[in-house]
Design a protein around this ligand. Structure first.
Ligand code: MG
Length: 381
């Protein structure tokens, strides 16, 4: 049985992961779970899976849970707890699905221990891609992407040679505002932005999908995962979200991976790879879908996507600054403190003002993250 530690077990990816695990009794054992503060759901998960260790980031809620659990399971708290569980618990696969920059340090602990990382936390690669790449080489660890686009590319590349790739083509749904005109962007409400047409996801990634920053982050993620320059990574809008991405090869041949959109599929692949397990989470009837359409992304309307390419071109700590600025901007939008169209303005201003370091070490990455958050908050105050 493969032992699995799920970082972010009450989030959308975490809950889907546990459903995948339920489907294969005898294959997987849940040994660790972590949550921010949803202990109601965590308690149910503990009851069902009997993990050895859990982390509740909120210290007061962790104390409450600790009292209830007694010695049934070890309860840790805070960022230190996330480090301890990834550093000391006995597991084979680390399902990394924390939201945002918070996922970086615990993911690094898993890499250092040469574990399989099923990576759903794209911000780890966005903020510290270069460092993660070096650590992966040093520790011979394995990252299997959970992000649907990167899982698609990963699947298309099985048996292929890197130098025979012409380009990767990431598909984007275009989000809820694909056909909205730019001059209406300042009136977009939180509710409208949270209503994604195809995918049901957490709030942060849903807003990122509405601005198309999610695709920008995915371009950067693909750059590090597949070791290809930005000019070989394209984005195409595909509103049906059936084709999860393409790879075009030097002979003109294009491979794609298709299915109805369901995160359980890429999650299952990241757990079962190099095998495929028999399951029926999705059944894709192409004759019912009939139409697959494609269009170029509008970079004037979705400036966040362009800003991500800009950050990748700048290199160094620029993508870390981009990510931090985006996290603060999205939070402020969700708290109804700024309008939707200010999100790219804030990110652009932060990218221009953040101190550039071309070859950052991990300490510089943490400092860039901290400083950029302050910078954006100061612009807003
Ligand atoms: Mg994705």
């Amino acid at each position: 049985m493969k032992k699995i530690c799920v970082l972010g077990s009450t989030g959308s990816i975490g809950v889907n992961t546990l459903q995948v695990i339920d489907e294969f009794p005898g294959e997987f054992e849940v040994v660790g779970l972590t949550v921010n503060n949803n202990i109601t759901l965590l308690e149910k998960q503990i009851e069902k899976y009997h993990p050895k260790m859990v982390v509740v980031r909120d210290s007061r809620k962790a104390r409450d849970l600790k009292k209830k659990m007694g010695n049934r399971c070890e309860v840790l708290t805070g960022d230190e707890g996330l480090i301890e569980i990834t550093k000391n618990l006995d597991y084979d696969i680390l399902l990394s699905s924390l939201v945002g920059f918070a996922g970086l340090s615990p993911t690094i602990e898993g890499i250092k221990r040469n574990k399989r990382i099923a990576l759903a936390n794209k911000e780890t690669l966005v903020a510290a891609g270069q460092i993660i790449e070096q650590l992966m080489k040093k520790h011979d660890a394995e990252i299997i992407p959970v992000d649907s686009e990167h899982s698609a590319i990963f699947q298309c590349l099985v048996g292929e040679k890197n130098d025979e790739i012409l380009k990767l083509i990431l598909t984007a749904s275009g989000g809820p505002f694909l056909s909205k005109s730019l001059d209406e962007f300042n009136k977009i409400t939180v509710e409208q932005a949270l209503a994604h047409p195809n995918w049901k996801m957490g709030n942060k990634i849903t807003i990122d999908s509405a601005t198309m920053m999610n695709k920008g982050l995915e371009v950067i993620e693909a750059h590090w995962l597949f070791n290809l320059p930005p000019e070989k990574i394209d984005v195409i809008v595909h509103p049906q979200s059936i084709i999860h991405s393409f790879v075009e090869f030097i002979d003109g041949s294009i491979k794609a991976q298709l299915s109805l959109p369901d995160m359980k599929l890429p999650i299952q692949y990241a757990l079962s790879y190099p095998h495929r397990f028999d399951s029926n989470f999705v059944e894709t009837k192409l004759h019912e879908i009939q139409n697959l359409s494609f269009q170029q992304p509008d970079l004037n309307k979705f400036r966040c996507l362009q800003l991500a390419y800009d950050a990748l071109d700048l290199g160094g700590n620029a993508a870390c600054a981009l990510n931090a600025a985006n996290e603060i901007a999205v939070n402020n939008f969700l708290e109804r403190k700024i309008s939707f169209d200010r999100i790219p303005d804030l990110i652009e201003e932060a990218l221009n003002k953040a101190e550039h370091v071309s070859d950052p070490d991990l300490e510089t990455i943490f400092e860039t993250d901290r400083q950029t958050r302050l910078l954006v908050q100061n612009i807003l105050n």
